[in-house]
Write a protein that binds this ligand. Structure first.
Ligand code: NCD
Length: 338
């Protein structure tokens, strides 16, 4: 697969393990930049528009930081209320205008399909930063990168997704990507919040084993990776409906140590719900060595740098342009307790 000059809208664009490895290998080489040891100005003169029409912390900031670290500049719009969409402007017009100003656009929207509609009118590549309950392709790539770094390509045979799998776009994109590996998928969700049937059918058609249950202990017992997700409060039609599912699953240190497979990797796309009655992944796990969640969020930078390089066709140039970074500030290891 060639990303040169293309939009990145869905993980369906990756059709082989080789496609995925191209992104992951480049990300690995670019870690010298995300760790600040080296720097590059390969994107000097280029501009990114970060258009986030739905709340975001890590996705928006990591896209922006990745672009800055390669020497580019970033323009931001957050929330529909801060854009002319509230004045009745069409997506088409917004897209034509913004794509006249910048070289690449990252967009997040509350509605599935909107990013693709926006991309169709754009004159520059558009990256899907999350479209409603649809997909979140760049999160899936950084999740995959984390699994490969932590477990190795042959070190995971099964993954258990826990939580709101109907509405959770990160779970949709990651399971589609992992379906290329031929593994066992265990989906733990309340029956009304299960994985969409179209995704289950795709996983099975690619020869993966699929188990669905609403019982957490049945799901976690044999899984090499636990991918815990938030109940997506903003997708429910009423607070009452959300409260029916809030707190359905809660993994804390005692539960992890007594009920999960030894060595199971703990992942979460974040944000975690830290309110008392929810807490799907308890903070008492933060300093457990298998808690990979903050290493996972760190990987947003090298993965997104790799994607920018591939879309601009700069993958060779960026590696040749590396210079020692005089402003290098050493961070604590991602494995250390803070
Ligand atoms: C997720 C998202 O926005 O889909 N967060 C993220 O981008 N890392 C997950 C969520 O909101 O639960």
């Amino acid at each position: 697969m060639d990303l040169l000059g293309k939009h990145l809208l869905s993980v369906d664009q990756f059709t082989s393990l080789e496609d995925l490895m191209v992104v992951c290998s480049l990300a690995s080489e670019l870690e010298v930049i995300s760790s600040r040891k080296m720097s590059s100005r390969s994107l000097e003169g280029a501009a990114l528009a970060n258009l986030f029409f739905e709340p975001s912390t890590r996705t928006r900031i990591s896209f922006g930081t990745a672009f800055h670290l390669l020497g580019g500049s970033v323009e931001e719009t957050s929330g529909e209320s801060a854009s002319s969409l509230v004045k009745g402007e069409s997506l088409y017009d917004t897209s034509r205008v913004i794509s006249g100003y910048v070289d690449i656009i990252v967009m997040r929207s509350p509605q599935e399909g909107t990013v693709a509609e926006f991309a169709a009118a754009s004159r520059v590549p558009v990256i899907n930063g999350g479209d409603g309950t649809g997909e979140h392709p760049t999160q899936a790539l950084l999740d995959l990168y984390t699994i490969l770094k932590e477990k190795g390509r042959d070190g995971f045979k099964s993954i258990c997704f826990v939580g709101d799998l109907k509405n959770g776009r990160t779970a949709h994109s990651l399971s589609k990507i992992l379906s290329l590996f031929g593994i066992t998928f265990i989906f733990v969700a309340p029956s009304a919040l299960g994985m969409p049937r179209s995704i289950i059918a795709l996983l099975k058609s690619r020869g993966n084993k699929v188990i669905e249950t609403d019982a957490l202990s049945e799901g976690v017992v044999n899984a090499d990776v636990l991918y815990v997700t938030r109940i997506q409060e903003e997708r429910f039609s009423s607070q009452e409906e959300f409260l029916r599912y809030a707190g359905s699953y809660a993994i804390d240190r005692v539960y992890y140590e007594t009920s999960c497979k030894r060595g199971a990797l703990l992942m979460h796309p974040l944000p975690r719900d830290s309110r008392l009655r929810n807490r799907e992944l308890n903070e008492d796990l933060n300093d457990h060595p298998n808690f990979a969640v903050f290493r996972q969020s760190d990987h947003g930078i090298p993965i997104r740098m790799a994607l920018f390089c591939l879309i601009f066709g700069l993958e060779r140039e960026v590696l040749k342009s590396l210079k020692e970074n005089k402003l290098y500030v050493k961070r604590k290891s991602p494995f250390s307790r803070c």
